[in-house]
Design a protein around this ligand. Sequence first.
Ligand code: GTP
Ligand code: IMP
Ligand code: MG
Length: 411
Amino acid sequence: MVLSIIGMQWGDEGKGKFIDYLSQNADWVIRYAGGANAGHTIVYDNKKFAFHLLPTGILNLQTKVLLGPAMVIDPEQLVKELKILEQNNIVWKNRVFVSDRAHLVLPSYKNEDELVEKHRRNPIGTTKKGIGIAYAKRALRTGIRIADIDNLNTSELTDKKDIKFIQSYLDFLKSIRINHFVCLDNIESDELILYEGAQGTMLDMDIGTYPYVTSGPTALNGVYTCGTPFGVVNEVLGVVKIYTSRVGEGPFPTEFKEDEKTLLEFIQKEGNEVGTTTGRLRRCGYLDLPALRFSATITGLTALAITHVDVFDSLEEIRVCIGYELDGQIFNYVPTSLSEQWRVKPIYKIIHGWKTKTNKMTRWDELPQEMKVLFVLIEDYIKVPIKIVSTGADRNQTIRRDNFLETWMRD
Ligand code: GTP
Ligand code: IMP
Ligand code: MG
């Protein structure tokens, strides 16, 4: 069975938590895109782990993880994350593999990323991890694939530090690299495969709010870069926060306005809305149903997971965007034109808050009635059922509806 987990917004929806939770019985977790720009936080056994490159399933000891062919890998960061595992007595040898088709991120790419940002008239607010440069080089066909590191054509590398860097990580990379085809060919059709997304659909190059996007595939398109010899993706689980957050620049129709500063600060504090990778405070706003409908439709979502409901536990009322207004027209999808994305005005519906603590709830039928009213509104709008709810950062603060993924969880 194949499950893919995809962010429905601009990233940081809490995918890491669900990937960790749902991979407890997975044979493989395959991360399909991005690099050290991502930041997945997992809280488990009172311990907090932040991974940028390593697939989140690594905490489940029977699970093998693969860094996929459309990823861009900074080996220095990868080694740091493996050291964190070692410090926590988590064995990773023979469990961590890097596709030989993945590309490298070199030190000079990070400098170039910073320089390009500095000279942009409208900066994107990149993470400065060299991600865009690595993907640009891949497109220019001057990138370096991990398959080719032992027979490098160094004429493409003008920076001596880059050459030294590759040499210093050569043995390490060779020890974890795997022929992508052989890896897939050895996976049995009855194994449980989880495809791990990074960032979110609205940050996708093709689908998102271009040019304010990242440069790897962040939606279902990313899954297919790995190849799917096991047939179809059986379940496409979208993850959405009960509000919206965004790091970096770009249009954000439901972003809290100046006079909503108190609410913004409350949510940033309660939701711990600080970028895992850059430490930047995340921009926040109301849940945007046109954007969610757009992401859900484009990714062929089969189920939805909602996170951070606990952050709203004390609110009297909750606003949800149910449409956009632009030049006298009302619509319920994300326009493609950047100028229209900047100009759309959200139309809100107000729902009563539940004013109940939810972080200790363990069953669907315990969830407050007002929350369920909101869930029905969301489900009616996007035509996808809500199947999991997260009431806190911990693995155990997770509620599955109707034994969702029963066979997958084998419980
Ligand atoms: P990217 O791949 O970088 O997009 O990240 P992500 O989707 O894995 O999310 P990330 O871990 O960056 O951010 C989510 C944050 O919310 C983390 O700090 C989680 O520990 C936390 N979190 C996840 N679910 C919940 C929840 O239901 N409630 C609360 N309060 N926090 C949560
Ligand atoms: P880059 O991926 O570093 O090039 O950054 C491009 C845009 O994507 C910037 O707005 C970043 O803030 C955003 N971005 C990249 N990775 C993440 C992520 O994991 N979570 C949220 N935003 C991200
Ligand atoms: Mg993150």
